[in-house]
Write a protein that binds this ligand. Structure first.
Ligand SMILES: *Cc1c(COP(=O)(O)O)cnc(C)c1O
Length: 341
């Protein structure tokens, strides 16, 4: 459909297409037909998640350029850096990760369990650094790249979330084609997709991918991003930038529609990486009704968005809604205090 594989390299890191699953008990609760696309269970690499889908298109570039070390950056409990560590292990590359204090979350084991434990287990070198949440380029990251060069290695730079990168949106542009194929096979159509957004190339890639399909005559649909960065403008800009970069990369002829990037800032909680009561309630709802685990940083917030929008009547009753589950549950242990009481 988009035929990206004939134009770009792809290194298989997962089991695709990821499953489509009706969420029957949640649908009954919300009075709305809700399904999930389970990108959280679409790879055998260290619990998987959305960065695996993106990295499939970056790893071939790293290999083609003769790089020997993947260098990336994220918060202490970053799912992204854990997936970079896994991709590096699988591709036989070294890995160096800058782990910054992005979330003001105090927990005695925050820098010991969950994602960071798994990254260390897979042989990545983790550098703990200061600095707050921002998806802009960092000096700390430059230092890590320079260090690899000084040691005689050849680094491949992967920015936060693999987003501000020319190939960062390809995975989720291809997701659009993958979903369209599943819909065709199963005789379904999803009117609205709900997706957690932070560094932007998940939603940005999707927006470009669906727009490219629409250019070829596909039906229009809404991709609704839920801001998890607690900075609506920064998130919207990041999504828009990735959508435009990706649209160009995949050879779209027309500019993206003006209303293609929709981000809702009402469910992000007080700060990046900090859940509020609504986030925690949504996590409990997903777990108790569906046995579906979501996390306090990302998917708990997008699930809160889905539930909140449905309850407020902001999603049409006759719409079929797709909750795109992007992973994140490995951070849960580092957030046990959120669930006390
Ligand atoms: C990274 C991540 C997101 C956000 O994706 P972006 O591409 O950074 O916008 C959402 N959910 C989970 C679990 C993630 O790890």
């Amino acid at each position: 459909m988009l035929d990206l594989e004939s134009r770009f390299g792809r290194y298989s890191l997962g089991f695709f297409p990821s499953p489509l699953q009706p969420l029957k008990r949640l649908s009954a609760e919300l009075g709305l037909e809700v399904w999930a696309k389970r990108d959280d269970v679409s790879s055998g690499l260290a619990y998987g998640g959305n960065k695996i889908r993106k990295l499939e298109w970056l790893v071939p570039d790293a290999l083609a350029k003769g790089c020997d070390t993947l260098v990336s950056i994220g918060g202490v409990q970053s799912n992204h850096t854990r997936q970079v560590a896994a991709a590096a292990a699988a591709a036989g590359l070294k890995c160096r990760l800058v782990q910054e204090h992005w979330a003001p979350w105090e927990d005695a084991v925050y820098d010991k369990v969950g994602n960071i434990l798994l990254s260390r287990l897979m042989g990545a070198e983790t550098l703990l650094e200061g600095e707050g949440y921002s998806i802009h380029e960092k000096e700390t990251w430059e230092r890590a790249l320079e260090q690899v060069r000084r040691e005689g290695g050849k680094p491949y730079a992967i920015p936060a979330g693999a987003s501000h990168h020319p190939l960062g949106g390809l995975g989720y542009a291809n997701f659009a084609a993958e979903l369209a194929r599943q819909e065709e096979e199963q005789g379904l159509f999803f009117d609205v997709l709900i997706v957690a957004s932070a560094t932007g190339s998940t939603q940005g890639g999707m927006v470009a991918g669906f727009a490219a399909l629409e250019e070829r005559g596909a039906r229009r649909r809404r991709v609704l991003g839920i801001d998890t960065g607690a900075d609506l403008e920064m998130t919207r800009e990041a999504v828009t930038r990735s959508a435009q970069t990706t649209a160009e990369a995949i050879g779209m002829k027309r500019p993206l529609p003006n209303d293609a990037v929709e981000v809702d800032g009402r469910f992000c909680g007080p700060a990046y990486g900090i859940p509020d009561a609504t986030t925690v309630a949504a996590i409990r709802t997903g777990a108790r009704l569906e046995g579906m685990l979501t996390d306090p940083v990302y998917e708990g917030k997008s699930l809160a968005g889905l539930i909140g929008l449905a309850q407020a009547g902001e999603l049409p009753r006759d719409a079929r809604v797709l909750y795109v589950h992007l992973g994140g549950a490995p951070a849960l242990d580092a957030y046990h205090r959120a669930f006390e009481g």
